[in-house]
Design a protein. Structure first.
Length: 396
């Protein structure tokens, strides 16, 4: 379900934007528009949908329009033309009072700079937004404490901002945004002022928090690694335009333009690609009920040296080597249980490729991919991993 629907959105900075908007719609380049009208193009015909409960990342270099876009989403900046629908309501048509109500009920904002009041305690900073809304003291303190607990800062309520590290201060900013329990979080480069290690920790904490809260998050960044890590989908911007929208895998493996290709060419794909993206389909398999003769027949038919064994529900039981299958047939056995290797290497579908290198070095055979319920969903072979890293398609 769409939370945001952004249609034909333009933002032109200047006192007389209409002539510039007309030229822009006619296809005139922004540099020529600036020279002719003295108006600056901020956003150029933005069309996108943001789904409820996703982390939607908007990224681009300085001047790409990403910060202008997020400020239009809560009308800190008024767009020149176009519509922004939140839950089917066009906020560009809202009155001042309606807009205030929307911000109070649905929107939370987390800024790049922590924007904490140095003379207020952590609890007072967290409840500040509720205070200016007129929420009673007991109720706002309760909500602020709950928000601080959510971000792991219980026990710091009476401290002052300068007593906290940068990462902790940014958690306070996040808690302040969460205190009003908004549907939507708008995060404008929230971690870019932090040291790299703290930044990675905050990214991890945001993703863990999202698993519990399921907010709709619009996340602005200029850092591609950060975008690929936290985003469910990414919109890449250049010169006020969206040049590609896609999942991290789509952005990485199928760049839409030369600009996007150059943007992603130096990314370490082992950090992004997962087992699910490089695995082969789990065939052939043999069911435990089938017995050694069926297993050996499939091994010979497919020309393989081993085969995975599952139950009827495709729950993985182990790996059967060709020589073990032949031994069982020779002995006239009908049960595979005593011949399968049960201690085998397994990974989950979301396991990053980089975490599988050591596992693959420990075995000469394939690595099984299983669901949390131990259902057999795929096989990792070294060739598929290298193909994925090279940008090739995974093998069927």
């Amino acid at each position: 379900m769409a939370k945001f629907e952004i249609k034909n959105l333009y933002k032109i900075y200047g006192k007389n934007p209409e002539p510039a908007l007309k030229l822009l719609k006619e296809g005139v380049e922004k540099e020529k528009i600036l020279a002719k009208t003295k108006q600056v193009i901020g956003l150029d015909d933005i069309n996108l949908t943001i789904d409820e409960g996703e982390i939607f990342v908007v990224m681009g270099l300085s001047g790409s329009g990403k910060s202008t876009l997020i400020r239009c989403l809560n009308r800190l900046i008024d767009p020149t033309s176009g519509s922004i629908l939140i839950d089917k309501e066009d906020i560009t048509k809202m009155s001042h009072d309606q807009l205030l109500q929307l911000r109070r009920q649905k929107l939370g904002m987390v800024f790049q700079r922590f924007a904490l009041f140095p003379h207020l305690t952590i609890l007072e900073n967290t409840e500040y937004g509720l205070k200016i809304q007129g929420v009673a003291k007991k109720e706002r303190e309760k909500k602020a404490r709950e928000a601080l607990e959510t971000v792991g800062l219980q026990g710091w309520e009476k401290s002052l901002p300068q007593q906290l590290s940068g990462g902790m201060q940014q958690r306070v900013g996040l808690a302040r945004a969460l205190a009003n329990d908004p549907d939507i979080l708008l995060m404008d480069e929230p971690f870019s002022a932090l040291d790299p290690l703290i930044r990675r920790d905050m990214q991890d904490e945001l993703m863990a928090l999202q698993q519990k809260l399921k907010k709709t998050i619009v996340f602005i960044t200029h850092d591609l690694d950060e975008a690929l890590k936290v985003g469910d989908r990414i919109a890449l911007m250049k010169d006020g335009k969206v040049v590609q929208i896609g999942t991290p895998e789509e952005i990485l493996t199928t760049p839409a333009t030369t600009y996007v290709r150059k943007f992603v060419e130096d990314v370490d794909k082992t950090k992004i690609l997962t087992a699910e993206q490089v695995m082969k389909k789990p065939e052939p398999v043999v069911f435990i009920k089938d017995g050694p003769r069926v297993a050996l027949h499939k091994i010979k038919e497919y020309g393989i040296s081993s085969i995975f064994v599952t139950d009827r529900d495709f729950k993985l039981l182990g790996l059967l080597m060709a020589e073990k299958a032949a031994e069982a047939v020779k002995k006239g056995e009908k049960d595979l249980n005593n011949y399968i290797e049960k201690e085998i290497i397994k990974v989950m579908p979301d396991t990053p490729v980089r975490d599988m290198f050591n596992l693959m070095a420990e075995t000469s055979g394939p690595v099984a991919v299983v669901s949390p319920e131990n259902k057999f969903v795929g096989v990792i072979v070294k060739g598929a991993v290298f193909a994925g890293l090279a940008g090739g398609e995974k093998t069927d």
